[in-house]
Design a protein around this ligand. Structure first.
Ligand SMILES: C[S@@+](CC[C@H](N)C(=O)[O-])C[C@H]1O[C@@H](n2cnc3c(N)ncnc32)[C@H](O)[C@@H]1O
Length: 484
């Protein structure tokens, strides 16, 4: 019988800022006793070397020893996960339940005879107490008395969660299959495809897959496409629409801020094009239950990725008045930010604000309609940006995307509001200037970030025909650069 794939799971919340640990525990016969004896001896030797190096302050020796220790632990872990037992698998539902019920567990990988767990200590308990409790969930199996406990940086944990969420995405997508028809009109379709020079043999990333409109155009031109989206409903719709392209199309679940990790984990190191059509899709706005629209009654949610820890309702009901005002001002440029925040805080004394229309009417009571714009437009935009950390993700996409491009590869970004566009414009300026100058310098100096040339001195915008056919395209702007 072939060895089964390990089962991965990640908690919906990211690390909370405390020290994180990686724990590996295994069944008693999963790792050869001789191997453990050798490892134990080697570990004692390394620890002694580390202590001596610590006393002498020899940083080089210390980090070399730490590296050896990690390799040793990795080898034990690999051996434990390679073991295959038909009789006493640790993938028992009791262990799974115990791990998921533990507030400190950020994720796990369960093999046939071993478990790898990422843990953050959230209360008074030590790592050993957690391990004892997990192992007690499976009293009938014989656990090895020793286990591996390593401190890990929180970005490692975030990467693990990202991969596990991607692996687990299929089940969520099945649920999303039941979602009503996905209808989104793609903006600047021909402009984006021709800017990217999609063609046979080229590899493109569509970082905002949505309903798959842009991807389809790139596939038609012969390129192969890696499409990323954090929304299961969008991925399900794109999979359906692009099913005929088979292996030419790959759908990845995740946030585009992890573009590099997502592609690297699939063996892709460089690409010819990166496209992003930022913001939300029409079905996201139009589905009342997603909570993006102030026009339709729905839960105050606004999460593009349903696994995100904080919904709009959490922010509206839990943020301080100053925090709320800052969000409305920074992400919505809402002039009445302070007054709206004050009113929200006063209103929530009477109970939680839970629906879109409830919030919209609180905002309207403070800030009257200005011209054609609904008074809640800016506040809703601000909350959406905060919930999804849209600007932080964009920063990471820009630098990660550029670093993934081959020489001659292109990056095309479509924005829909001034905050996004400013970020893209400033980033593109920063990486396309051969030199930089400062008032205190006598001469300009070479720009260390210079790595691309701009292909759009002014952003491309929709033509009249597109504006008439799709009024939602009115604020779209496309900027493009080419890697040197
Ligand atoms: C405007 S739609 C894209 C529409 C698509 N170009 C089409 O033609 O159908 C934007 C999509 O990007 C996704 N998205 C936005 N921010 C994201 C992020 N940080 N990571 C991954 N997907 C994101 C949204 O869930 C949404 O489906």
């Amino acid at each position: 019988m072939s060895k089964q794939e390990a089962e991965c799971w990640a908690a919906p919340h990211p690390p909370g800022g405390r020290t994180c640990y990686r724990v590996v525990m295994w069944l008693v016969d999963a790792v050869d006793e001789q191997m453990l004896i050798v490892c134990r001896r080697k570990r004692a030797e390394i620890v002694q070397r580390m202590q001596q190096a610590g006393v002498r302050g020899a940083r080089g020796v210390l980090s070399e020893a730490q590296h050896e220790l990690q390799t040793l632990n990795r080898n034990i872990c690999r051996a434990a996960f390679d073991f295959f037992t038909r009789a006493q698998g640790v993938r028992a539902s009791e262990l799974r339940a115990a791990l998921r019920a533990d507030a400190g567990v950020l994720g796990y990988r369960l093999g046939d005879a071993a478990a790898e767990v990422w843990l953050e200590l959230v209360d008074e308990e030590g790592v050993g107490e957690h391990i004892a409790r997990w192992q007690a969930a499976l009293p009938d199996v014989l656990w090895c008395a020793e286990s591996i406990v390593e401190q890990v940086p929180s970005h490692d944990v975030t990467d693990m969660q990202q991969t596990a969420h991607a692996a687990g995405a299929e089940c969520t997508e099945e649920a999303a299959e039941n979602v009503a028809e996905f209808s989104h009109t793609t903006v600047l379709l021909e402009e984006a495809a021709s800017a990217l020079q999609a063609a046979q043999g080229k590899v493109m990333v569509d970082a905002t897959l949505g309903g798959g409109g842009h991807s389809e155009r790139l596939l038609q031109a012969g390129a192969s496409v890696w499409g990323i989206d954090q929304d299961p409903a969008a991925r399900a719709a794109a999979r359906r629409r692009l099913a005929d392209y088979g292996e030419q199309m790959h759908v990845l679940a995740g946030n585009f801020r992890h573009i590099k990790t997502l592609l690297h984990s699939h063996g892709v190191d460089a690409v010819d094009g990166v496209l992003a059509d930022l913001g939300i899709s029409s079905p996201q706005v139009d589905t009342a239950e997603r909570g993006f629209s102030f026009m339709a009654e729905g839960p105050l949610d606004m999460r593009m990725d349903p696994m995100l820890p904080r919904s709009a309702a959490d922010i509206v009901n839990e943020a301080s008045e100053t925090e709320l005002a800052d969000i409305l001002w920074q992400y919505g440029e809402e002039r009445a930010s302070r007054a709206i925040a004050r009113r929200i805080v006063r209103q929530r004394e009477h109970g939680r604000i839970v629906t879109t229309t409830q919030l919209a009417s609180i905002i309207s009571s403070v800030s009257p309609r200005r011209g054609r714009q609904h008074p809640a437009t800016r506040s809703f935009q601000a909350l959406r940006i905060a919930v999804n950390d849209e600007l932080g993700a964009l920063d990471e996409l820009l630098s990660g995307g550029l670093s993934m491009l081959r020489s001659g590869g292109r990056m095309a970004i479509i924005t829909f509001h001034s905050l996004e566009d400013r970020k893209v414009k400033q980033f593109f300026e920063r990486v396309t200037k051969p030199e930089i100058d400062r008032p205190e310098w006598t001469h300009p100096r070479p720009n260390p970030e210079y790595s691309a040339r701009s292909l759009t001195r002014k952003p491309m915008v929709p033509g009249e025909a597109e504006l008439i056919a799709n009024p939602r395209s009115r604020s779209a702007k496309l900027r493009v650069i080419e890697k040197l």
